[in-house]
Design a protein around this ligand. Structure first.
Ligand code: NOJ
Length: 558
């Protein structure tokens, strides 16, 4: 069996603090709100909380634009509140992962402000300040959020700074040793506070392959996607090795990189001696987005393609490393709305998705509200959305000359705000999220979908997720679920997503019928029993399994 590690056995619950629980009636979720919900997270069974950025920030990209790495955002409380959360969570055997955003800071960070004020300051070298070419940006890179990746420096002629994301998020220059030292000091400062580790943002972007002048555009805007020049560029390994040895390697922590690691580099990044313990792959969650990244041109993906992605990622990662698996996060819409539509958006499909997720090899991440089956929100106008990327995508769709109704529908369906709506706790005012006016609308469906209701119903999505999580800690099933090898099953059958997990002579079969037709499957000679299913009854006669529409099962041979 591969080496046992606590972080392989963990179940992560992602908390988006702004929308989780407000404790002081200002309409914004806060750290004290998270503290008050620790018993809920404990009861659910997660033992690690990934807290999305909670630092001081002008909130241009919802906290991923950090103005002070050392300060909790005042709207979220104080540093003391966060220390208390770390301490109280420890009492519940829950570890806190903080979000580490080091590719960029906010333009309101003191380093950048100083760099703007004083061209001779050492902080200029912390960022990418470059001369333009005859008043034009140094090159024609397109930022992730749309438009040029270069912004003119106010009050200076022919001078620009680089921002891969919004113009309020200048990129840090990792070639600068003094800047790297500052980051290491900050990381170790947080680690010394006793946190369980970090989720590490946009880390493959830190090495830039700078080019000057115009390169071949890939769009009508004359720009070219920045990805090819700033994702996983040659030389990044030296930076990541140094980062690890100066910080992470000296603590018993979990590091989860937001990094789609190529197959041939799995060992280097997330193998036993990799730069990180594990990473996220984006392919399944982003199956509906074309390569150009345009939300208003959703792909025509099929279940078979989704199945192939799931199984490819699972087997590629297991050959050499460890992954973090997820269906939802704060950058996604709700999974049930992504993978299903119309009447197929229901408790059965929600539970089916949970079965696939919690059966995977890898540390599972459950995003707040996923465990109660929260769904996308539908708002009436683009102005009601908050996410910067949603605006950019909407504008890009309109500029591309597409029908505005179509752009609105596709972009808002994909909007990151779908997962950032307030947590639905109960049927009371604002779903129990706040006594005040919520910073973002509560989904109207809170009357039906809320924690209180779900907890009181033994057949609810919540109850089912709880059972799935419990299997991971049940001494009978834990080893095979955490450490068992993944082997694809029925991968040539249409619309079936299935795999075995094997360890010694124990085997689990996780099988999902991803369609509205029934499916008949022949399991082979060995006898299996049913551990869990999203239907009350499972039609398993000897080795013949008949699955109802969207039925999922977990079978065991022991
Ligand atoms: C990934 C984060 O998850 C996302 O929310 C953010 O916009 C970008 N990185 C930039 O930090």
């Amino acid at each position: 069996m591969e080496s046992r590690k606590w972080w392989k056995e963990a179940v992560i619950y992602e908390v988006y603090p702004r929308s989780f629980q407000d404790s002081n009636g200002d309409g914004i979720g806060d750290i004290r709100g998270v503290i008050s919900r620790l018993p809920y997270i404990k009861e659910f069974g997660a033992n690690t909380i990934w807290l999305c950025p909670c630092y001081k920030s002008p909130w241009s990209d919802n906290g991923y634009d950090i103005a002070d790495y050392y300060q909790v955002a005042p709207e979220f409380g104080t540093n003391e509140d966060l220390y208390e959360l770390i301490e109280k969570a420890r009492k519940y055997d829950i570890k806190i992962l903080l979000d580490l955003v080091m590719n960029h800071t906010s333009d309101e960070h003191a380093w950048f402000q100083e760099a703007l004020k004083n061209p001779d300051s050492k902080y200029r070298g912390y960022y990418f300040f470059e001369k333009g070419i005859d008043g034009q940006p140094p090159n024609n890179w397109r930022s992730y959020f749309g438009g040029s990746a270069w912004e003119p420096v106010p009050g200076e002629e022919n001078m620009f700074y680089l921002h891969a994301f919004s113009k309020k998020m200048p990129d840090l220059n990792w070639e600068n040793p003094a800047m790297r030292e500052e980051l290491y000091t900050m990381i170790n400062w947080w680690l010394d506070k006793g946190i369980g580790g970090f989720r590490i943002d946009a880390i493959l972007n830190i090495k830039k392959n700078m080019v000057y002048g115009t390169v071949e555009p890939d769009g009508d805007d004359g720009l070219t996607a920045i990805d090819k020049y700033i994702i996983n560029q040659p030389g990044i390994g030296a930076l990541l090795s140094e980062l690890k040895s100066r910080t992470f390697a000296n603590y018993d922590i979990m590091t989860v990189a937001e990094a789609a690691v190529p197959d041939e580099q799995v060992a280097e990044f997330i193998g036993p001696d990799g730069y990180f313990n594990m990473s996220f792959d984006f392919r399944a969650a982003d199956i509906d987005i074309p390569e150009t990244g345009e939300w208003f041109k959703p792909t025509d993906w099929t279940v078979n393609q989704l199945r192939d992605i799931f199984l490819t990622v699972q087997t590629q990662v297991q050959n050499a490393g460890w992954g973090a698996v997820y269906l939802e996060n704060h950058d996604q819409n709700r999974s049930v709305n992504k993978y299903f539509s119309g009447s197929a958006v229901n408790d059965v499909t929600k539970k089916m998705l949970g079965t696939i997720l919690l059966g995977f090899r890898g540390t599972p991440v459950i995003y707040q509200g996923e465990e109660i089956g929260m769904e996308n929100i539908e708002l009436d106008s683009i102005d009601q959305y908050s996410d910067i990327q949603t605006y950019h995508q909407y504008q890009a769709g309109i500029q591309a000359g597409l029908d505005s109704g179509y752009v609105y529908k596709t972009v808002t369906h994909r909007s990151r705000d779908n997962s950032r709506t307030p947590m639905q706790w109960d049927q009371g005012k604002n779903a129990g999220f706040t006594d005040g006016a919520p910073w973002f609308p509560v989904n109207d469906n809170f009357v039906d979908i809320n924690v209180e209701r779900e907890r009181n119903n033994k057949d609810s999505v919540y109850a089912y997720y709880k059972s799935l999580v419990a299997l991971r800690t049940d001494s009978r099933y834990k080893d095979v679920l955490v450490y068992g090898t993944v082997i694809p099953m029925f991968d040539k059958m249409d619309n079936i997503v299935a795999y075995r997990r094997q360890l010694d002579n124990q085997e689990l079969q996780i099988i999902a019928n991803f369609q509205e037709n029934e499916a008949r499957l022949e399991l082979g000679a060995e006898k299996f029993k049913v551990l869990l299913s999203n239907y009350e009854n499972v039609d398993l006669a000897n080795t013949k399994l008949y699955l109802k529409p969207y039925q999922a099962v977990i079978l065991a041979n022991f």
